[in-house]
Design a protein around this ligand. Structure first.
Ligand SMILES: Nc1nc2c(ncn2[C@@H]2O[C@H](COP(=O)(O)OP(=O)(O)OP(=O)(O)O)[C@@H](O)[C@H]2O)c(=O)[nH]1
Ligand SMILES: [Mg+2]
Length: 218
């Protein structure tokens, strides 16, 4: 899954809030993973990769800087898009429309999406009390840790269809990142080392399989 949204919406704050537990659980396991890509443990015990991305800003897709290119790839790979917006901003609706526009340009407009309205702690109490979550919208405060368990439940429900499958892989031992990701994300049934290659049999989610294409054995 990928966190997307307008700059300053609170994506990185939410990323840290959602991944903190997982990182504390096994700090070494993620040492070789990208700092903007981490594992989140869902209530169902299923683990899923979450990537933080750089914020969208007006016209950015037309000046494709390298960090945005990485964002683009993460979004295209994601099986679930988490659209974070700043609910306290008067420009919230306009920014949401721009983010939707960028998602369309990335051909990610049709992916399953959850809309996360962040910073509810900044709203006046009356307005805050009138907020209602629905099937595709969750209100949270990433900074105060409000609404995060509801969000995790909702992610679980939405991902219920991201099937896992049992596969065989031949991964070169030097591919530390890929191997760390497999350790973190999958159930490994067997592991054999030969000629600098690790042969594995594992049960992996779709979203991980897409990153392992190069090493899948039919
Ligand atoms: N009050 C409040 N502030 C928040 C909340 N979440 C994030 N912030 C603040 O909003 C600012 C931006 O947060 P970031 O997490 O860096 O936002 P971002 O979406 O990652 O921004 P970019 O990486 O620039 O796109 C920071 O000052 C955060 O402390 C929240 O729930 N409530
Ligand atoms: Mg950020």
């Amino acid at each position: 899954m990928a966190l997307v949204g307008y700059t300053n919406a609170g994506k990185s704050t939410l990323f840290n809030a959602l991944t903190k537990a997982a990182v504390l659980e096994s700090p070494r396991m993620f040492a070789t993973l990208d700092p903007t890509l981490r594992s989140v443990s869902l209530p169902s015990k299923r683990k899923v990769l979450l990537s933080d991305t750089v914020g969208f800003i007006r016209n950015l897709p037309h000046t494709l800087v390298s960090s945005f290119r990485a964002t683009l790839e993460e979004v295209q790979r994601a099986s679930l898009v988490l659209h974070v917006s700043d609910a306290s901003s008067p420009l919230s609706a306009e920014q949401d429309a721009q983010v939707d526009e960028v998602l369309k340009e990335l051909e990610a407009g049709d992916k399953p999406k959850l809309h996360i309205k962040n910073k509810v702690d900044l709203l006046p109490p009356k307005q805050r009390d009138s907020l209602r979550d629905d099937a595709s919208t969750v209100h949270v405060s990433a900074a105060k840790g409000v609404g995060l368990s509801t969000l995790l439940d909702r992610i679980d429900q939405t991902l219920a269809e991201d099937a896992t499958s049992r596969v065989r892989l031949r991964v070169p031992q030097k591919e530390g990142k890929a191997l760390a990701m497999l350790e973190a994300q999958s159930r490994i049934y067997s592991r054999q080392y030969a000629d600098g290659v690790v042969e594995l049999e594992a049960e992996i989610p779709e979203s991980v399989a897409r990153r392992m294409r190069a090493w899948l054995v039919n």
